[in-house]
Write a protein that binds this ligand. Structure first.
Ligand SMILES: [Zn+2]
Length: 264
C-alpha cells in the first residue's frame, strides 16, 4: 500500500467514528419514548440475551451473525446496519465538504456532524413511527441557528439564513394549516425551518422542492405497484431529510435541475 495522505486517513477515521456514532443513534432511536434510559447493556429484542462486546461491533457483528441473534436465531432489524452505514457515509461526506468547501471552520464542522446525527434519528424514527420527536427537532433547529451564527459571523448574513428558515417552512406550514394537520404534521414544519436556516433562502427552498418531488415519485411508485391506497399516509420526514442532504452536499438548487431538464 502506498503512502496515504493525511486527508484520506482523516476521512477513514471519520467513517469509523460514524459507525460508532451510528450504533449509539440506534440505541437512541429504539429507546426513545420507551421509558428505557440510554445507559445499560443492549439486548436481543426477542430473547433478551445481553449482547457481548463481540456482538456490538458496528456492521461487522451483523454480517458475521448473518443478521441473526446468536442465541435465539431471530432476525435482527435491518435498522441497525442501515443507520450505522448511513451515519458513516454522512460523516465522510461532511469531512469532504470540510476539506474542500469554503466558509467552514472547526466549530461549524462539529455542528454539522451533530446535525447529521440528529437527521439520522429523525428520518429513522419518522419512518418507523410516523412522528418527528419534538426534542430532536428542537435540537436540530438550535444547531442550525448556532451553525449559521458561527459560520457567517455577520449580522446581515445571519438574518438572511433565518429568513431562509421561515421561507422554507411556509410550504409545510400551509399544508399543515389548510389540512388541519392531516396532510402534514407540525414536526415537518419545524424540521423545514431548521433546514432552511442551515441552507439559506435559495438552497432551503430547493431542499423542500426535492423533498416534494421525491415524495411524489415514491407515492406514485407505491400506487403503481398496489402497495398503498390513495389515502394511506407516508412519513414525510425522511423525504425532507433526503432533500436537505442532496442540497447540502451538492449545493445544486432547483433552478439548475429544472434548467437541465428543460434544455437536455
Ligand atoms: Zn435473541
Amino acid at each position: 500500500m502506498g503512502p496515504m495522505s493525511v486527508e484520506v486517513m482523516g476521512l477513514i477515521l471519520l467513517g469509523l467514528f460514524g459507525l460508532i456514532v451510528g450504533s449509539f443513534l440506534n440505541v437512541v432511536i429504539l429507546r426513545h419514548n420507551t421509558g428505557k434510559s440510554l445507559g445499560g447493556r443492549s439486548m436481543c429484542m426477542s430473547c433478551s440475551k445481553e449482547l457481548s462486546v463481540k456482538e456490538l461491533i458496528p456492521v461487522v457483528s451483523y454480517i458475521l451473525q448473518a443478521g441473526k441473534c446468536l442465541k435465539c436465531k431471530s432476525k435482527i432489524s435491518k435498522q441497525y446496519i442501515v443507520v450505522e452505514i448511513a451515519t458513516s457515509i454522512l460523516f465522510v461526506l461532511s469531512g469532504i465538504s470540510f476539506l474542500y468547501g469554503d466558509n467552514i471552520n472547526y466549530i461549524s464542522f462539529l455542528l454539522i456532524l451533530t446535525a447529521m446525527s440528529l437527521l439520522v434519528i429523525l428520518a429513522a424514527y419518522d419512518f418507523k413511527h410516523m412522528i418527528l420527536p419534538d426534542i430532536y427537532v428542537y435540537l436540530f433547529v438550535s444547531v442550525a441557528v448556532l451553525h449559521a451564527w458561527v459560520t457567517y459571523l455577520n449580522a446581515f448574513q445571519f438574518g438572511w439564513q433565518l429568513m431562509g428558515g421561515i421561507i422554507s417552512a411556509l410550504p409545510a406550514y400551509a399544508l399543515w394549516f389548510f389540512s388541519r394537520g392531516s396532510a402534514m404534521g407540525f414536526g415537518d414544519v419545524k424540521l423545514s425551518l431548521g433546514m432552511g436556516i442551515f441552507l439559506g433562502v435559495y438552497l432551503g427552498i430547493s431542499a423542500i422542492w426535492y423533498a416534494f418531488v421525491l415524495g411524489a415519485i415514491y407515492g406514485i411508485f407505491l400506487m403503481a405497484f398496489g402497495k398503498a391506497e390513495y389515502k394511506s399516509r407516508i412519513a414525510f420526514g425522511p423525504f425532507l431529510v433526503l432533500g436537505f442532504l442532496i442540497t447540502f452536499f451538492t449545493q445544486v438548487g432547483f433552478i439548475e435541475i429544472v434548467n437541465m431538464i428543460l434544455f437536455l
